[in-house]
Write a protein that binds this ligand. Structure first.
Ligand code: ADP
Ligand code: MG
Length: 291
């Protein structure tokens, strides 16, 4: 493309809160035929709230104080939901030590010299905790599009708290528009399969790829590229940075983390997936003008 066309395109983008870092990114965006969307914070608002509390083997109060202790040091949006809930309930929270976060699975810490766990079923399996008797509850919550968080000590399950995140108002329409211009749309998430499908149920997605560990998101993109696809990745989190770099076009959305913003080729200032459509359209217009 000519420098003038690029300059005009970049300027039009900026007017719409779409920051395009390079002329190359602007040109490449026109050929994108596959858009991969992170779930939390990209398709959804990323501000999950607690919807269900199911104490098992302890009282509700005990479950909440353990959950608060475990999640106080985690920076995950799920942890924020729990901490917000403990505040709302005016609950006391226990003091935890040796906090450890296990990527894509959950957290563990010591409370009163005992180890406690919070996380998904993978986390529980890894810690030797059986969730079999509660699988029905876990599946039901997940199929409602909620994320079930399981709490346990070293010997048994202590409860389940479900957290739900709301789909952003324009996500559905944006996915529809992408489909209309011939782009394949995939949701990529570390969340469990049933939850991902629950959230995806009302969205016109081509594919849902779930239970992907943060370090494996990038590999999913390489696989799509090996199939010959030109892939744009849209994400907001620290987790997403390697995938944003790997993508043909990396797009950071909204109040994304600094790492995401640094790794991306295009930055959407507004927290709106519709701007992905606008950016691709803009690129197509720039290329058309050159030809
Ligand atoms: P994503 O950002 O795509 O939703 P993550 O890789 O960050 O996925 O997390 C994957 C899963 O790991 C979560 O859905 C949850 O089940 C579990 N998990 C992660 N962090 C925590 C935490 N602080 N407490 C409990 N569970 C967690
Ligand atoms: Mg995320």
């Amino acid at each position: 493309a000519t420098p003038v066309a690029i300059m005009v395109g970049t300027g039009k983008g900026a007017e719409n809160g779409i920051l395009i870092k390079s002329g190359e990114a602007l040109e490449l965006a026109h050929s994108v035929d596959c858009v991969v969307l992170d779930k939390t914070g990209t398709i959804t608002q990323g501000k999950p709230t607690v919807t269900d509390v199911l104490p098992i083997n302890v009282t509700k109060e005990q479950l909440i104080e353990i959950a608060g202790g475990l999640e106080a040091k985690s920076e995950h949006p799920l942890a924020e939901a729990i901490m917000h809930y403990t505040e709302e309930q005016n609950a006391s929270i226990l003091e935890a030590e040796n906090f450890q976060s296990v990527s894509g699975k959950g957290v563990k810490a010591t409370i009163d010299n005992n180890t406690y766990f919070a996380g998904n079923q993978k986390m529980m399996e890894e810690s030797g905790i059986s969730t079999k008797a509660y699988e029905k509850d876990i599946d039901r919550l997940a199929s409602e599009g909620k994320t079930p968080m399981i709490f346990a000590n070293q010997t048994q399950i202590l409860g389940i708290m479900a957290v739900a995140d709301v789909i952003k108002p324009t996500s559905r329409a944006a996915i529809e528009k992408l489909r209309q211009i011939g782009i394949e749309v995939t949701m990529l998430t570390g969340d469990n399969k049933k939850t991902a499908e629950g959230i995806g149920r009302d969205l016109p997605l081509n594919h849902i790829i779930s239970e992907v560990l943060p370090q494996d998101k990038e590999k999913v993109l390489s696989q799509l590229q090996k199939l010959g696809k030109k892939v744009a990745m849209v994400g907001d989190g620290i987790n997403d940075a390697p995938a944003l770099v790997r993508a043909d076009v990396g797009i950071a959305i909204g109040a994304g983390t600094d790492v995401a913003v640094e790794s991306a080729d295009i930055i959407l200032m507004k927290n709106d997936l519709m701007d992905v459509v606008t950016a691709i359209r803009l690129s197509k217009a720039v290329i058309r003008n050159i030809k």
